[in-house]
Design a protein around this ligand. Structure first.
Ligand code: GLU
Length: 480
């Protein structure tokens, strides 16, 4: 590790700054992940700021869901969470410094006046921008005690270029930006001011966020410049605006594409956190053809230069494939602990043990934890099993007679291990002049009630001698 070209001289500090108006969605989770990886790669800090200034839309459950989702994904932030709303007085203080320094001014325009101004602009097909009507007027011209907002005295000439670490060089003419509001008439800070003051006070060196915020960077930079002129030490951060995630059809990601809260991936889809994290990492960033990338490797390899410029497409199938890989790689203890709460009942200690022992046989076929839980259910069913349609079909014709012969052979098995059991069933098939499958399928139906299951000898071994023989016996004769 160590400094590479995309970090500066200062210790790296990044942050994730979600607005708690909804759950932690996958786009936000990916932004947080990139911030974490970049910080860790450079041995820096990754901070979390909850941007709860919009009091009407920020909710406690959303904050809880964001913290919970980040913890689940191992997006461990450094230090305490910063709550933006609690810093409103500090934001106002900066606005007043700017006012005193002449970098901001009081605007007494009334709502009606501004509406009339915009109507005129609309009629003339001009862009809707504050026209600077109070920029050069003195506050004494306003009626006594009239309410005012504080506006930035934005530069009018020239242009600003941002050397974005992902988007490259982007230039905006200052004439396109108006004198935005910093403090509202009730004294509360605007979002634009709060972000800059917080990033400065938190020592943020790299702002890595969705490219829907690129335009905001051009509005935020003049605040840095003004404060730097006033008191020094307000270096603008490096910016990296990452493309948004799109749906598989190329349209902006929405609910219908799977833009759900990360909790839905965990609770409703049975996705492992490392699978989601690996998947999000590779959405818009890559390391050659490497598909499975551990957190350690990601930290070692991550660079902003490796982030693509075009939106990446969310592909649920790929996520599920990756999840299957991680399920197979997960040890049986952890897997069983994750599956146990998904069962339709509270397992006893013995059942938990059986669940754990079944993982090796079940996990090769499962794409998610929900499937794994469903696949394990046959272990816990009570006799006599009710067969589903596919299972019942396997017991038609001569199958029950064959099942009786399998029962006899298994009953005589000296030991109850997969090798001995397989030899016993094979012997029955050979003797009856049928293929192994012809004997194994009715056995599968009798043991699991279904036509698909893990390897049948694994099933026998897991259920044990007594339960297996009893389940087989239950099905040897046609039910009345
Ligand atoms: N709070 C903003 C959001 O959730 C992010 C602001 C930023 O990263 O600067 O979109």
């Amino acid at each position: 590790m160590g400094a590479t070209s995309d970090a500066g001289a200062k210790p790296v500090v990044t942050r994730f700054a979600p607005s708690p108006t909804g759950f932690l969605h996958i786009g936000g989770a990916r932004t947080a992940l990139f911030n974490l990886l970049f910080a860790r790669h450079h041995g820096g800090k990754f901070l979390l700021r909850i941007e709860d200034t919009d009091r009407a839309r920020s909710t406690e459950p959303a904050i809880a869901a964001i913290l919970d989702g980040m913890t689940w994904l191992g997006l461990d932030w450094d230090g305490d969470v910063v709550y933006q709303f609690s810093r409103a007085a500090r934001h106002a203080e900066v606005a007043h410094q700017m006012l005193a320094g002449g970098h901001a001014y009081k605007c007494f325009a009334t709502a009606e006046e501004l509406e009339a101004m915009r109507a005129g602009q609309r009629a003339n097909k001009q862009p809707l921008r504050y026209d600077g009507r109070w920029r050069d007027r003195d506050a004494s011209e306003a009626p006594a005690d009239a309410p005012f907002v504080v506006r930035l005295r934005a530069p009018k000439e020239g242009s600003v270029t941002i050397d974005d670490k992902v988007q490259g060089s982007v230039t905006v003419a200052n004439a396109e930006l108006d004198d935005m509001v910093l403090l509202r008439s009730d004294g509360t800070p605007t979002y634009m001011l709060a972000v800059v003051v917080d990033d400065h006070d938190m020592g943020v060196t790299h702002v890595i966020r969705g490219d829907d915020h690129l335009n905001n960077a051009f509005r935020q930079l003049p605040i840095y410049h003004a404060m730097d002129a006033i008191e020094g030490g307000w270096d603008a951060p490096e910016y990296a605006h990452i493309p948004l995630i799109h749906g598989s059809d190329g349209a902006k990601l929405s609910k219908r594409h799977g833009a759900l809260g990360v909790d839905a991936y965990r609770d409703e889809m049975g996705i492992l956190p490392e699978a989601l994290s690996n998947y999000l990492l590779r959405l818009g960033w890559g390391h050659g053809d490497d598909e499975f990338i551990s957190r350690e490797q990601a930290i070692e390899w991550f660079t902003l230069a490796g982030v693509g410029k075009s939106p990446s497409r969310f592909d649920l199938k790929k996520l599920e494939n990756l999840n299957g890989h991680y399920i197979r790689a997960t040890d049986d203890d952890r897997l069983a602990a994750l599956v146990a709460p998904l069962l339709a009942f509270e397992p006893t200690p013995d059942q938990r043990d059986l669940l754990r022992r079944s993982m090796a046989a079940l996990k090769p076929r499962a794409a998610n934890l929900i499937e794994l839980a469903e696949a394990s259910m046959f272990l816990f069913r009570t006799r006599p099993l009710i067969l589903d349609e596919g299972g019942a079909a396997l017991l038609e014709g001569d199958a029950r007679a064959l099942l009786a012969r399998v029962h006899a052979a298994l009953d005589g098995a000296a030991t109850w291990d997969t090798e001995t059991l397989e030899a016993a069933v094979r012997a029955v098939a050979d003797d009856a002049g049928v293929k192994l499958g012809a004997a194994a399928q009715p056995l599968r139906a009798a043991l699991t009630g279904k036509r698909t299951s893990p390897g049948i000898f694994d099933v026998l071994a897991l259920l044990g001698r007594e339960e297996s023989l009893a389940r087989i016996a239950d099905q040897m004769t046609q039910p009345a």
